[in-house]
Ligand binder design. Structure first.
Ligand code: SAH
Ligand code: SF4
Ligand code: F3S
Length: 468
């Protein structure tokens, strides 16, 4: 016990994917019921949590440099008689728990992603003078034992929200740490997901993005007694009044089933944007990556999806320089990108991760070659992204207004295709969907003018063809 009634402050820094963003909020919720309020100023904090990512070496190393800075801060605070607790959570905590404790004595607390429900107790242990390291796998109970956000906290987070419905991964791509840091796939039960989505909608959230490392592998017992997949779950969530827009990420190509594809045609609330990572375009590399599909399977899948929903915007992740990747393999990736035509995509240099099968493989690709390939790929992706954005100029789209823009009197919203759209408009429109005529193209956003407001229910009426 602290013996004081004064509020304690927590600063949480989030690295990595959306699941960490969601987890950081859930940790803040758990800590709020324990008397902590969130601060965005690290110097004011009594507790600093680094919610970390282990996906690439650079991401993991950032944590240690941040801990160096926090050591100085903690020592300065100690000199003025103030105790600061430093915790590492997330995927680096899971992968390197013991090493963090050894390399960074400044750390009081290490908690893996499956154990956040224990955070308040672990903090009491730390207050009692212990150093706590908790990296048990207990995924099934994690979410169900973390307290929900209050209405006020949800409101303060805005009109869009993440909702994790699935965690962990059983795919074991040979480059990837996720199956080790997040454990085996676990799907949350329908009732809990619906309850959480309902609470979000009641607090004013208009758009929910369902999250999972492999979100389209989600499955569960449906309310009709049948086994549901993500498609059925989306239909159920669309019944919740006020939830105008649904999205999901990230999907594995192998788990895109017919029901989910059909939902993109039949469910107006499901936005026409799909992140469907392929990683590479060469079958030899896809096999070495253990992606469980060939380039052609992916292309045929894209065709099926577009035959169902012609305007869908696609995005992907790519890795260049996987061990053994030749110029020819890389050209196959470029060809695949040209064939698909993406609205957006993320690409990375291969990073050898400890404990993954690919890390020990021969065929290391020279750093310079990797940089050249990355540059070419990113230039192609940028061209496609610009072409996609430009193709919307002159059309009308429904935009969900999320927040004030940078300039006074300006609003920032998102199109169905996840593009940022800036318009002049009153802040009272935040949380509503308005019809916008797209008039111009900026570097990271589209510009538009408000046409007639269409209220809260989005009419999906854009008929622009997807670029090919
Ligand atoms: N579950 C998601 C993505 C997880 S990680 C999926 O299966 O698509 C996000 C992206 O990081 C991956 O899609 C991949 O492109 C990239 N990535 C993962 N491990 C990597 C590594 N070792 N080196 C470089 N990029 C990596
Ligand atoms: Fe990693 Fe592959 Fe699982 Fe995605 S599907 S999280 S890339 S192992
Ligand atoms: Fe990173 Fe863990 Fe997400 S490794 S990408 S934070 S699942």
């Amino acid at each position: 016990m602290t013996g004081t009634q004064e509020k304690k402050r927590v600063f949480i820094k989030t690295y990595g994917c959306q699941m960490n963003v969601y987890d950081s909020d859930r940790m803040a919720d758990a800590l709020a019921s324990d008397g902590y309020e969130a601060t965005d100023k690290v110097d004011d904090a009594d507790l600093v949590l680094l919610n970390t990512c282990h996906i690439r070496e650079k991401a993991a190393e950032k944590v240690y440099s941040e801990l160096g800075r926090l050591r100085v801060m903690k020592e300065e605070a100690a000199r003025s008689g103030r105790a600061v607790t430093i915790g590492v959570t997330g995927c680096v905590a899971q992968a390197e728990g013991a090493e963090i404790a050894r390399r960074a004595p400044v750390v009081d607390l290490v908690v893996g992603p499956q154990s956040y429900q224990h955070l308040p107790q672990l903090l009491r242990d730390v207050a009692g003078g212990k150093r706590a390291v908790e990296t048990e796998f207990a995924l099934a109970e994690k979410f169900e034992r973390l307290p929900a956000a209050t209405r006020e906290r949800t409101r303060a987070r805005g009109v869009t929200a993440f909702l994790t419905i699935q965690e962990g991964c059983d795919k074991f791509c040979t480059f990837c740490v996720v199956p080790y840091t997040r454990g085996a796939e676990v799907s949350r039960p329908v009732a809990r997901i619906v309850e959480e989505a309902q609470r979000l909608a009641d607090a004013g959230v208009r758009e929910v993005t369902l999250l999972g490392q492999n979100v389209n592998a989600w499955h569960g017992a449906g309310t009709d007694g049948r086994e549901w997949g993500l498609g059925e779950l989306l239909f159920r969530l669309a019944e919740i009044p006020g939830l105008d827009r649904l999205r999901y990420t990230t999907s594995h190509p192998r788990d895109m089933d017919d029901a989910l594809i059909a939902a993109h045609r039949d469910l107006p609330a499901l936005m026409p944007y799909l992140h469907l990572p392929v990683q590479a375009g060469s079958d030899r590399i896809l096999t070495a990556m253990n992606r469980k599909h060939k380039a052609d399977d992916y292309l045929r899948l894209v065709d099926r999806i577009r035959a169902t929903r012609s305007d869908i915007a696609l995005s992907s992740d790519f890795i260049v320089g996987f061990p053994g990747e030749t110029d020819e393999d890389f050209e196959a990736t470029m060809r695949l990108v040209e064939t698909v035509g993406y609205a957006a995509a993320y690409s990375f240099k291969y990073s050898a991760r400890p404990g993954t099968p690919a890390a020990g493989r021969d065929g290391h690709v020279d750093e310079r070659v990797m940089s050249e390939r990355l540059q070419r790929l990113q230039a192609l992706i940028l061209d496609q992204q610009t072409a996609f954005n430009r193709s919307r100029v002159g059309t009308e789209m429904d935009v969900l207004f999320e927040k004030a823009g940078r300039r006074p009197g300006q609003l920032m919203g998102r199109s169905p295709y996840l593009q940022a759209v800036l318009v002049d408009g009153d802040e009272s429109r935040i949380g509503t969907i308005g019809r916008v005529s797209i008039t111009g193209l900026g570097s990271n956003s589209l510009f538009g003018t408000l046409a007639e407001p269409v209220g809260r229910t989005a009419a999906i009426s854009s008929t622009v063809e997807a670029i090919t």
